[in-house]
Design a protein around this ligand. Sequence first.
Ligand code: PLP
Length: 412
Amino acid sequence: MTIQNSAFAVGPEPLLDIAALRADTPGCASVVHLNNAGCGLMPRPVLRTVVEHLELEAATGGYEAAAARAAETADFYAATARLLNTRPGNIAFAASATHAYTKALSSFDFRPGDTVLTTRNDFVSNQIAFLSLRRRHGVRIVHAPDRPDGSGVDVDAMAALMRAHRPRLVAVTHVPTNSGLVQPVAEIGRHCRELGLLYLVDACQSVGQYPVDVAEIGCDLLTATCRKFLRGPRGSGFLYVSDRVLQAGAEPLYIDMHGARWVAPGHYRPVPSAARFEEWEFPYATVLGCAAAVRYALEVGQDAVARRTPALGALLRERLAGVPGVRTLDRGPAPAALVTVTVDGWEPLPFKAALDRRRINSALSFREFAQFDFRDKEVEWCLRLSPHYYNTEDEVAEVAAAVAELAAEGRR
Ligand SMILES: Cc1ncc(COP(=O)(O)O)c(C=O)c1O
């Protein structure tokens, strides 16, 4: 089924036709999927695109299939550029958000004493990458403090650190993996622009849940995955690279024959576009599936999604509030659809297994995913429930009831 805008527009306010969207999502028939922050359920057009390309590869040959679908592959860049408000030449495909992130980091020629300024809620793998840069290159890592109420980074304090340290890189995760916190990335971006600092944003949990506009954020680099709130296939992500960074000649540490031309025995020249951050070998079926997922997200409408998805998260928090033995952990004025809770009397794996048995999909986060945040909240683990627009209010009620029932068991 190809979705039409009209199917989702009722009156002047574009409303989502949840029944149609669910009918377009095979997984909705078998699970209550509240693990979209892990991996969203693919809609039919994405699934069909991936499968059809694999079939074409099997029937005609992998290189031949790629040639036959060159225009559709190019549309991955065009669609993703529309999603982020940029141009196709500023987008690179990546195997994951982490792959995009480490490629971006590898383009910095870090020197001992260079500073990376980040937050206490940046993603675990990014924090590990900074630590590895510290070990290898003597980079200093500075974490901006949070506001005292835990509602995210203190932007004024972060701006003061920018002026004091003149960091080589400012790195901020928009929405972390370990809570529904939404960081003020555009406000931080304005300080970076004013001070001429390079700014890398991890938008892995925000792309597909909110409109993400690289011009408005003012970032130089932005990374995301396709499998989460964009509902694309696994093993895919992308990197946005600004014109400023491309024109300055940034390139990844290991650049290959796709990212550069070998123009003379002793010389190579990076290609002008962000393709210099890609590699020659491509999972074409996955790239085409991502293009379908991004087109689907655009057609559903990012504003409509941003109205519904965090609201379902808020509804779940509301239903869990006051359940004895359950504590919701998300902070900030308007949390994203990542609902994190602790449940007294349970160990993490049995608790998740009990939800699995009810065909409720969820995820666990542990202290090692969020060393600062979980220390502040004094928790070792939490359960993460992450609805998306295609979930229903009834499903939210069912999950809240299941958590409450299990919490009561835990207290016996
Ligand atoms: C905030 C954030 N950044 C980055 C990642 C890493 O994404 P990937 O697994 O595609 O590398 C995740 C994954 O959960 C995430 O939540």
